[in-house]
Design a protein around this ligand. Structure first.
Ligand code: NAP
Length: 447
């Protein structure tokens, strides 16, 4: 009987476990996560107001409750103080790493480290109650915010900055973040793309949602659209980009409504420097760009400054190397062939990857399904060779003897009950626990 460890309980980890149990009638799968809570970015990345996407947790839950799947939370792998990759290889016939892309890409410009400048991930982690997040007073004393990048994360954070208390209250956002966002005095959110509207990475559904925010107007500069040849005639664009351009064109024609808050979508402006004012960020200096005819842009030597007391850098994620696994610095991924980890020397069969650590931080949640399927097909094709190795009957005993006490499914269910009870006390629905102590205390308080 094949014993597999899946490291990471986000969508790619859960789809990997699902494929394994569907295709192999005897396989046993342990899904390990460094956090005591499952679901990865579905819990800690999907915006709290995106209830429909969040409801995917129900599907992932079915996988983790399968009789041959076991959730083991609070288990770190491949990092100091955690279970070494080599040890995991001894405990399982195969290990599939579905660890995502945990770091942020950097801008590499002066002023990036100023107080008031944060990666979008830090902000998202805070309002999503990630236990490693810091409450950095993101919106305190800010009137204007700049979001750098025009992907779906940029749209998410812009939307969260513009939402009012009435809309945030029904979400599962932690109480501190709700209080801070409800008191926010940010009235202008500038979302800045370095290339043109037709090259923006957001999806049209997410883009359109911005226009539905109460007391908020969305503004697009006609001059930005005029610079992009594809905006004049979008007919040759792929459908997704064409729809984006059509929406943006509609907004640029609409003019201002004089709403309480505004989201301004700007293009052809690349960040050059974050400027300080009173010891923290006060503005961002951008260089105007223009299309270079090859899909990129070139600088024009003309500059523009945008006031901002909060800067969120939303320029994509990056994979993080794990000790004991190869890593390609350029792409921030683990080198693989159809999901099989490519070690530079022989001697470590049984390592696989799926999800963002395999293909890079692209695609939506559903993209992980075919991705996981490919990896599982490789793993099951290798099964006869993998099964030649003896592994212990129950790896949890080995983890315990190494001083690791995993949070099992009933521990997670106890966290869920504690979050429901907290919500009831606050007169809200479920409210997430936001720190390690509360999560672990709740997990260990199970019946
Ligand atoms: P992304 O889609 O890769 O977008 C990154 C943005 O940052 C791009 O506009 C990029 O511009 C810009 N950028 C990169 N380096 C830059 C620099 N040095 N200066 C200025 N701009 C720079 O990344 P993401 O928004 O983090 O999203 C990651 C993935 O998660 C995506 O696949 C996304 O669709 C997915 N996601 C989906 C949802 C949803 O479905 N609701 C929500 C959140 C995230 P260039 O194009 O010019 O490089």
């Amino acid at each position: 009987m094949l014993r597999v460890a899946v490291v990471g309980s986000g969508p790619s980890g859960c789809y990997t476990a699902q494929n394994l149990v569907q295709l192999d009638p005897t396989v046993r799968v342990d899904v390990l996560d460094r956090l005591p809570c499952p679901y990865g970015l579905v819990r800690y990345g999907v915006a709290p107001d995106h209830e429909k996407i969040k409801s995917l947790q129900g599907n992932l839950r079915t996988v983790l409750e399968h009789e041959r799947v076991r959730f083991l939370g609070g288990v770190r792998v491949g990092v100091t103080g955690g279970v070494p990759v080599e040890r995991l290889r001894e405990l399982y016939h195969a290990v599939v790493y579905c660890v995502g892309a945990a770091a942020d890409r950097r801008l590499g410009i002066p002023g990036e480290e100023l107080p008031g400048s944060w990666s979008a991930t830090e902000f998202v982690s805070w309002y999503s109650a990630h236990p490693d997040a810091v409450d950095a007073g993101f919106v305190r004393d800010a009137r204007s915010a700049v979001v750098i990048g025009v992907g779906n994360v940029a749209v998410d954070v812009a939307r969260m900055l513009a939402r009012g208390a009435a809309e945030l209250r029904p979400t599962d956002m932690p109480q501190q973040a709700l209080t801070a966002l409800a008191a926010s005095r940010i009235r202008e959110v500038h979302v800045m793309g370095r290339r043109g509207p037709s090259q923006a990475r957001f999806t049209t559904k997410e883009l359109r949602e911005l226009a539905g925010l109460p007391e908020t107007e969305v503004r697009v500069e006609p001059a930005d659209l005029a610079l992009d040849p594809a905006c004049a005639d979008p007919s040759a664009l792929p459908a997704a980009q064409r729809r984006n351009v059509e929406v943006l064109r509609g907004w640029s024609d609409a003019g201002g409504r004089g709403a309480e808050r505004s989201i301004r979508l700007r293009f052809f402006l690349r960040p050059v420097e974050l400027l300080a004012e009173g010891g923290r960020v006060g503005a961002v200096l951008f260089e105007r760009t223009e299309p270079d005819g090859r899909g990129g842009v070139r600088g024009t030597g003309r500059y523009e400054t945008v006031e901002a007391q909060l800067v969120l850098r939303s320029v994509g994620y990056r994979g993080v190397p794990l000790d004991g696994l190869p890593f390609d610095e350029e792409s921030g991924t683990v080198p693989h062939e159809a999901g099989r980890v490519l070690h530079s020397c022989f001697g470590a069969p049984g390592d696989y990857v799926a999800g963002w650590i395999k293909r890079g931080p692209t695609g939506v949640i559903g993209t992980n399904r075919p991705d996981a399927k490919e990896t599982v097909a490789s793993l099951l094709a290798d099964a006869p060779a993998l099964l030649r190795r003896e592994v212990p009957e129950d790896p949890v005993a080995a983890l315990r003897s190494a001083g690791i006490e995993p949070v099992e499914w009933r521990g997670w269910q106890a966290i869920e009950r504690a979050e429901a009870a907290l919500g009831a006390r606050l007169g809200r629905s479920v409210v997430k626990l936001a720190d390690w102590n509360s999560l672990l205390a709740a997990a260990r308080s199970g019946p």
